[in-house]
Design a protein around this ligand. Structure first.
Ligand SMILES: NC(=O)c1ccc[n+]([C@@H]2O[C@H](COP(=O)([O-])OP(=O)(O)OC[C@H]3O[C@@H](n4cnc5c(N)ncnc54)[C@H](O)[C@@H]3O)[C@@H](O)[C@H]2O)c1
Length: 411
């Protein structure tokens, strides 16, 4: 029995899902294929991904393939209640509501696991972690799972290294058709959409500090530059830092950048990137945002402790008044800005990421019993199949290698 906020919101959610379906042609094609081949017939899939319209459409595509879906979100602030209602109204088991407490959030994760899933689709590693701590008796029936994001893969690799990961997990984030597009162009655009719609302030001419020059940080910096910002990058990896320098950005430690920035965006996957020592030297009115998976990159607890008072400055923006009267503003409580204060990535981008998810889940179903516990890469042919489908949907043709060229290149 689903647990959502209000089933009457379903029509509004349905409209959102229809819109993304129009813009996700690759996933739509996969759904049509699944409806014929039914790769998940008799299988239960537990899914924990930011529950908005694109995710809902992925759930429908998996259902078309015969799966019995058990769905929850992956962050209390990224669930859209109307979308959850639309899925529940269609008969899917959904456990999620916007703004629920951390206890309720974890309870929803438990609910989808208690269904006894055969495949797990995770985003950040919470489902897999719970499965290995509280639901170990259910592990034998798990064929495997798929992990969506960088942070989840860090957690899985740590488990695999210590030998505790007990089923195969496909590293969806490592597919080229995922991180090269979703992390870079998706995060690049949607982070700015979230910041701009929430603040309604100008970016041009401001100092934007981007922490982390990985796939996401490159996209966020590129779009900041396009909006006319003066971009400063902070990094810990010397190669990535050098790349940022050569891409034309200023690179410096956070201790220095803190005093210069007007808008800060953390996207490192690390914790404690912006802390008390930085808050203390920031300018009046500086805006703090995070786009990394967990809300630990900006030390929100430290900011709370430091502040003498706090107030709602605008929907999704809290002003923290520090001793001396300076105010710093945090968007969406330091949670993923593009999801907690926006609609997430554009549909055309998630078309590719979720196509990789859907085909990886099919791969697990097709290879049941053959795969060893541990982290496994997305097969190269699957990655290329998604790229080919996307090019076709965009009406872009490419050359193919002749036999002579294949010989010459040794492929
Ligand atoms: N907001 C979204 O929609 C979205 C989308 C994809 C990924 N993510 C998340 O964003 C985070 C980054 O993902 P990615 O794919 O760019 O990872 P990545 O590994 O490619 O890049 C992270 C970068 O941060 C740097 N870094 C680590 N600690 C740092 C610190 N303390 N200070 C400065 N730099 C530091 C690393 O050296 C690295 O270059 C992850 O948590 C990931 O799960 C968010």
């Amino acid at each position: 029995m689903s647990r959502i906020k209000d089933i009457n919101l379903a029509p509004a959610g349905e409209t959102k899902i229809n819109w993304v379906e129009r813009n996700m042609p690759v996933l739509k094609g996969i759904g049509a294929d699944f409806a014929e081949s039914r790769p998940f017939e008799g299988l239960k899939i537990a899914l924990s991904v930011h529950l908005e319209a694109k995710t809902a459409y992925l759930c429908r595509v998996l259902e078309m393939g015969g799966a019995q879906m058990y769905v929850t979100g992956s962050n209390p602030l990224s669930t859209q209640d109307d979308v959850a209602a639309a899925l529940a109204a269609g008969g899917m088991e959904v456990f999620a509501s916007y703004g629920c407490s951390m206890e309720e959030y974890e309870d929803c994760l438990c609910k989808v696991l208690e269904a006894g899933p055969n495949i797990i689709i995770d985003d950040g590693g919470d489902l897999v972690h719970l499965m290995h701590t509280r639901y170990t008796s259910l592990i034998p029936q798990v064929l495997g799972g798929c992990e969506e994001t960088t942070t989840g893969i860090h957690r899985l690799k740590a488990m695999a290294k210590e030998g505790s990961l007990r089923f195969p997990m496909v590293m969806v984030n490592e597919a080229d058709c995922k991180h090269m597009f979703d992390n870079r162009y998706g995060t690049g655009q949607s982070v700015w959409d979230g910041i701009n719609r929430t603040t309604n302030l100008i970016v041009a001419g401001k100092y934007v500090v981007v922490s982390g020059y990985g796939w996401c940080g490159k996209g966020v910096s590129l779009r900041a530059k396009g909006l006319g910002a003066k971009v400063i990058v902070t990094e810990t990896d010397p190669v990535r830092a050098l790349e940022a320098v050569m891409d034309g950005y200023e690179v410096m430690p956070m201790a220095k950048a803190a005093a210069l920035g007007d808008i800060f965006i953390t996207v490192t996957g690390c914790s404690g990137v912006i802390t008390k020592e930085h808050f203390e030297v920031m300018k009046e009115g500086a805006i703090l945002t995070n786009a990394g998976h967990f809300d630990v990159e900006v030390d929100m607890a430290g900011l709370e402790k430091l502040a003498v008072s706090k107030y709602e400055a605008r929907h999704n923006i809290e002003g923290y008044v520090l001793p001396g009267g300076k105010t710093l503003f945090a968007i969406a409580q330091g949670r993923l800005v593009n999801l907690a204060a926006g609609d997430g990535h554009p549909a055309e981008i998630m078309d590719m990421s979720f196509a990789v998810q859907a085909l990886s889940a099919e791969y697990l179903a097709e290879h049941r019993g053959e795969l060893q516990p541990g982290v496994i890469p997305v097969p190269r042919d699957l990655d290329e199949a998604v790229a080919r489908r996307k090019l076709k949907a965009m009406d872009v043709e490419i050359d193919s290698l002749s036999l002579e060229q294949r010989d010459y290149l040794g492929v």
